[in-house]
Design a protein around this ligand. Structure first.
Ligand code: T4K
Length: 394
């Protein structure tokens, strides 16, 4: 009886609030087609399509200046960039301590480099690898720590570096979510040995597909440059087993145009984040993330945690009713990487080792956020969430 009533009220919510067009978790901030066409014409006329072309060089220089970093290499996507980061540091055996609360790519690149991922629990506030849990996982086979700045929230970079220095380990950051993020005046990309970025279409800043590695030294940057081009140093010298990780001219041109838009995009997302936070503040069972002092955030995601007891519905229940209302939320990052069948047999994948990560994965839901969403959209989405809560408590 209660189930039937709930279903009926659910239908009422859907009937009252459903969006005609899907509201996706994110949308790329498209540049002007007219401007892109000019770039296309130039690419066509020059017939220079890839291999460090003029737009590639221009984008690389402008992006490095924009991000305030010295050594930046563009890549075709973020996954290949991460794969090459490990090769650049000659990490291709042993163990790397990492987080299970991330996109599959962060763990798969370890496997592809013949490294065993060792999963470490996360900090319940930032959802990033918890430095207090790292040292217990260090063994003679440990080569590095791979942290992910999830949702653009910085890892505890100082604590991680201290551990790495104490044990002679490399530090790599997956900064796929962290475009433009700073700690104080310093780019988040300057921490660790190498940081990897993603410019996929779903990212705050996109070059369709794309990525970059930010490294510490000129020598490292040079090695990365060779490795992403099959290891070719010149026509007759191959320095090592490289791969094809090059960004092409079409991506670079898109990236150049996105650079003109990204600051406004961050401002728009910041305003939407603040609105979400204020409108969700009084909804029991919904926890939002707050800004971290001294950090410049990029507001690339809007994750909430759903407490089923207080909210009245589980995260999955909320996800599914929102989907019926044509709102496409995502469970970034459920399931944990440690739960995939390819990794679940590792001792560190035991859920007893990962209580915070497991809790986050079971409760988190990323709500739609992108610059073109407007105030009314956010008000309507939060109205729906409030109505679902009332229904759950009735
Ligand atoms: N490390 C981390 C921490 C990452 O999050 C990622 C990628 C990587 C590494 C690897 O970087 P890349 O190799 O991808 O450069 C998406 C992206 O495919 C993935 O790049 C991203 N993380 C991840 C968080 O999200 P899906 O499977 O959720 O994408 P999809 O196709 O469901 O798209 C989500 C929504 O975005 C759609 O509902 C609508 C919108 N969308 C998507 C595309 C592709 C558009 O509006 N236009 C589009 O072209 O993985």
């Amino acid at each position: 009886m209660k189930k039937a009533l709930t279903q009926k009220f659910c239908q009422n919510i859907v009937g009252q609030f459903r969006f005609d067009e899907p509201v996706y978790v994110t949308r790329p901030n498209m540049p002007s087609l007219e401007k892109y066409n000019k770039y296309l014409e130039n690419i066509w006329n020059s017939a220079w399509l890839t291999n460090n072309g003029p737009y590639h060089r221009e984008f690389e220089a402008k992006l490095a200046a924009f991000l305030g970093v010295e050594h930046l290499n563009l890549f075709v996507n973020g996954t290949i960039a991460l794969l090459v980061a490990l090769q650049a540091l000659r990490i291709n055996s042993g163990e790397v301590i990492t987080t299970p609360f991330t996109f599959p790519a962060s763990t798969h690149v370890l496997h592809w480099n013949r490294i065993q991922p060792v999963f470490c629990d996360i900090d319940p506030k930032t959802y990033n690898i918890d430095p207090n849990q790292i040292e217990k996982h260090i063994t003679p086979d440990t080569k590095a720590i791979l942290g992910v700045h999830v949702y653009g929230n910085p890892c505890d970079v100082e604590a991680i570096q201290k551990i790495a220095d104490r044990h002679g380990l490399h530090v790599i950051y997956d900064a796929a979510h962290a475009f433009g993020v700073k700690i104080g005046d310093r780019s988040i990309l300057e921490y660790g040995d190498i940081s990897a970025m993603s410019f996929h279409a779903t990212k705050l800043f996109t070059s369709i597909e794309g990525g970059a590695l930010i490294s510490k030294t000129k020598a490292q940057a040079e090695r990365i440059y060779f490795l992403k081009n099959f290891g070719i140093a010149d026509e007759e010298i191959v320095i090592g087993p490289g791969i094809n990780g090059k960004m092409n001219e079409f991506q670079a041109a898109f990236g150049l145009l996105e650079l003109e838009l990204v600051e406004q995009e961050i401002l728009n997302r910041k305003a939407l984040t603040q609105l979400y936070r204020s409108l969700l503040a009084d909804v029991p069972g919904i926890t939002v993330m707050e800004d971290i002092p001294n950090v410049t955030h990029n507001y690339s995601y809007f994750p909430i945690l759903v407490d089923p007891q207080e909210f009245g519905f589980s995260r999955d229940g909320l996800h599914s009713i929102l989907r019926d209302c044509n709102i496409v939320t995502r469970k970034y990052f459920y399931p944990l990487c440690s739960s995939y069948s390819c990794y679940s047999a590792y001792p560190s994948s035991d859920l007893k080792n990962l209580p915070c990560a497991n809790r986050a994965a079971n409760k988190v839901l990323c709500l739609p956020i992108y610059g073109k969403l407007n105030t009314e959209n956010i008000e309507r989405i939060t109205d729906i969430i409030r109505s679902i809560h009332r229904l759950g408590r009735s």
